[in-house]
Design a protein around this ligand. Structure first.
Ligand SMILES: [Ca+2]
Ligand SMILES: [Ca+2]
Length: 180
């Protein structure tokens, strides 16, 4: 998805693989992103979506139902180090650094890869425990290369939809279910 005329020159500009695993305590995202230029010059983690970063949303019901809750979290490698951030918290929680998250983001400039590992407690995603039923999930990776605007992104790639453009729409999330 390009933004404001941004282009994607090919897989070296932006591509990657993602994998979700889980424990009883956490949902764990492993993402290896190919990106030619790391551009994440932000000090405020709430602005991480404007630059190189990953974001995903969970919806606590089957996509298309209306009685669930949507939660949005993400990770980035900012100048002061890796951050995990919650933009849309579960009911009763607040936006801010994701409670209990364990985040690692490693940039390899030679290989042109950014490797994310983000473990987030289910309780910070709106679930008392690892869900046994179907839930909604949508992922995206933002790419900013040379951009200096407030929203510096050239665009993003997504698995699912409904996150990258307003209004956020859980109907467009993919349905997901944990397997053991
Ligand atoms: Ca790029
Ligand atoms: Ca980039």
């Amino acid at each position: 998805m390009s933004l404001r005329g941004g282009t994607r020159s090919g897989p070296d500009d932006l591509s990657g693989t993602i994998r979700y695993t889980h424990t009883d305590k956490d949902l764990i995202l492993d993402a290896v992103i190919k990106d030619d230029v790391h551009n994440a010059d932000r000090t405020d983690p709430s602005a991480a979506w404007q630059v190189d970063s990953v974001q995903y949303d969970l919806y606590s019901g089957f996509p298309g139902t209306t009685d669930g809750n949507r939660v949005e979290v993400g990770a980035a490698l900012l100048p002061n180090g890796p951050v995990a951030y919650t933009w849309t918290p579960p009911p009763g929680q607040q936006a801010g650094p994701t409670p209990g998250a364990d985040v690692s983001v490693v940039r390899d400039g030679t290989a042109g890869t950014t490797t994310y590992r983000l473990a987030v407690p289910w309780t910070s995603l709106g679930f008392d425990r690892a869900p046994t039923g179907t839930f909604g999930l949508s992922f995206l990776v933002n790419d900013a290369d040379a951009g200096t605007a407030t929203d510096a992104r050239d665009g993003y790639l997504q698995w699912g939809a409904g996150v990258g453009a307003a209004p956020k729409n859980p109907v467009r999330f993919r349905s997901a279910r944990l397997v053991r």
